[in-house]
Design a protein around this ligand. Structure first.
Ligand code: ADP
Length: 539
């Protein structure tokens, strides 16, 4: 007979994380820069109380367990309340990326069958544009009080503050299985139709524990944490939950994510760590350099969502900030690896340490990784064999929302990334499988080539894409943006590659453009570049 452990079996619910903070970190602040422009402050105690008010209001409005509640909102306290209030009653908080095309947003809202959609005032024009195309949405609720609600608009609207006002005392969070759905997030659809990833209370809670560890994001009560990554981009990488878990002060930056706005907010609120995509940090260092400042409290920037170019890590260091490289994806909730020192790191030479620092890092405990070749066989962890990266673990998706077929291969999730893993377990992404350049049967890493271009002092931004080639199948092309006032030419940039990569990997040409297209999550949109320049060598 099975002998079971005799410990309390309390379900891992997101409401328990907030309840814990309300009791044990009650007076710790959550500061939000609101879309209205002003600063709002309250505490975990207040956040808990208002999330319970929202929970009661949702129940009173007929929202049942499993129903989806959409959000179109920036990082702010009301969005936090929606995370906790909706999931806390067993409903699902579905965060929608407002930077997507309106047609994609309509697709996502309809696919998720959102019953209510909550939105920041700044998204009113978007709501007016899409409301008629979303027949299942029963209520559009603006995150404001009654007085700020527009009158006589085309779409009937409700106010958030009015909705949550009539709450009674004595509410207790319902208890249910930790396997129930809590949040829903669609991949940005850079590869085909958006696909929904439905996180459970258990998967998010376990990722929060894993991400708070010292070798992961090293979160603690003494940090002041500002997730710059939006709450509609994979739950702001879980930070609204993990910061609550450890009782850290939270600073939610709202809609203004330019270098100056961030630097000012970080200084005023004493932010010590933050997380965002490389484009955000490029803006931040540009501003700091322009005004000749170094950071005082802000010490650690988690860089993820796209490869952290080595020159960005160097630029951040110059302004007093350490870059912490992390890798993940929507299907991994998103945290997969963090680049932190392993045993033996300190004893390595400076050059060896620098080579490690540019890697995406080691698997967060709870996540397992492997790389496989074309035949599906596992490849060695020798730091040079590159193969398709596969992941499995407590917070990896098994299937997509509303789809029967599972993407898993022998129980592993194929990430679509191509990577190496070294003997110490450091994973290094060389490409996304669709971006890798296949030249004469050999693979060339587009990330490596664009990183070299970006390390040129006169280049502001660069992308490397595969272009069809009559002889070699594909060859690399650099698409670059010069720094203001620079006249660097094709020859000079190509000469810059000499000695940095093997001769046959040096790009064949460079085209200069005014700007590079970005996806809705702030990453290079290589598909658009391939459409525009893909026939560069054959046209
Ligand atoms: P989308 O497919 O919509 O871009 P995600 O936001 O989930 O969805 O992006 C996940 C992908 O982003 C990863 O599979 C990987 O290709 C890329 N990525 C994330 N972090 C990094 C990183 N640190 N270095 C390189 N690529 C990264």
């Amino acid at each position: 007979m099975e002998l079971l452990g005799q410990m309390m079996n309390t379900p891992m619910l997101l409401s328990s994380i907030l309840e814990q903070a309300a009791r044990h970190s009650a007076d710790v602040e959550i500061v939000s820069r609101r879309v209205e422009g002003d600063i709002h402050r309250y505490t975990y105690r207040d956040c808990h109380a208002r999330s319970m008010q929202l929970a009661q209001a949702l129940i009173a409005s007929g929202i049942d367990a499993g129903d989806r509640i959409g959000t179109l909102a920036w990082n702010g306290y009301r969005h936090m309340e929606l995370y906790y209030g909706a999931s806390g009653i067993g409903a699902v908080c579905h965060t929608i990326n407002p930077r997507l095309f309106p047609e994609q947003i309509v697709f996502i809202v309809n696919h998720a069958r959102d019953r209510f959609v909550f939105f920041d005032a700044s998204f009113l024009p978007l709501v007016e544009q899409i409301a008629a195309l979303c027949p299942h949405v029963e209520k559009w609720i603006m995150l404001c009080d009654e007085t700020a609600l527009p009158r006589d608009g085309a779409v009937p609207l409700a106010s958030y503050e009015t909705l949550i006002a009539p709450a009674a005392d004595g509410f207790a969070w319902p208890r249910f299985s930790e396997d129930r759905a809590a949040l829903l997030c669609y991949t940005s659809g850079t590869t085909g139709e958006p696909k929904g990833v439905l996180y459970s209370h258990r998967s998010i809670t376990l990722m929060c524990y894993g991400s708070a560890l010292p070798d992961s994001l090293a979160l603690s009560a003494i940090e002041t944490i500002s997730p710059v990554v939006p709450m509609f981009h994979v739950n702001a990488w879980g930070i609204p939950f993990s910061a609550t878990l450890v009782g850290a002060k939270l600073v939610l930056p709202g809609a203004k994510l330019d270098g100056e706005s961030l630097a000012t907010l970080f200084e005023e609120e004493g932010v010590t760590m933050s997380a965002g995509v490389p484009t955000v940090w490029l803006g931040f260092v540009d501003y700091m350099r322009r005004v000749g400042r170094t950071s005082t409290t802000f010490r650690r920037a988690v860089v993820g969502g796209a490869a952290c170019p080595p020159h960005l890590a160097g630029a951040l260091r110059e302004v007093g900030v350490q870059a912490v490289h992390a890798w993940g994806m929507t299907e991994l909730s998103p945290l997969g690896t963090v680049c932190s020192p392993s045993r033996g790191y300190a004893a390595k030479s400076e050059a060896a340490r620098a080579a490690i620092d540019i890697k995406q890092g080691r698997a967060v405990p709870g996540i397992d990784l492997k790389i496989v070749g074309g035949d599906g066989a596992e490849l060695p962890w020798d730091g040079t064999s590159a193969g398709d990266l596969m992941a499995r673990g407590h917070w990896v998706a098994e299937r997509y929302f509303g789809r029967d077929e599972s993407p898993l291969v022998d129980g592993w999730f194929p990430t679509g990334d191509v990577a190496t893993i070294d003997p110490d377990g450091y994973m290094h992404i060389t490409d996304r499988s669709k971006d890798v350049i296949k030249s004469g049967g050999e693979w060339i890493s587009s990330i490596e080539l664009e990183n070299i271009a970006m390390s040129h002092p006169e280049i502001a931004k660069a992308a490397c894409i595969a272009c069809a080639h009559p002889k070699w199948d594909e060859r690399p092309l650099i698409v670059a943006v010069r720094r203001e006032g620079s006249a660097v030419d094709v020859r000079q940039l190509l000469d810059f590659y000499a000695g940095k990569v093997a001769k046959w990997c040096i790009p064949d040409d460079v085209v200069f453009v005014d700007d590079l297209p970005l996806t809705a999550t702030g990453k290079l949109q290589k598909m658009a570049l391939r459409q525009r320049f893909g026939r560069h060598f054959t046209a």
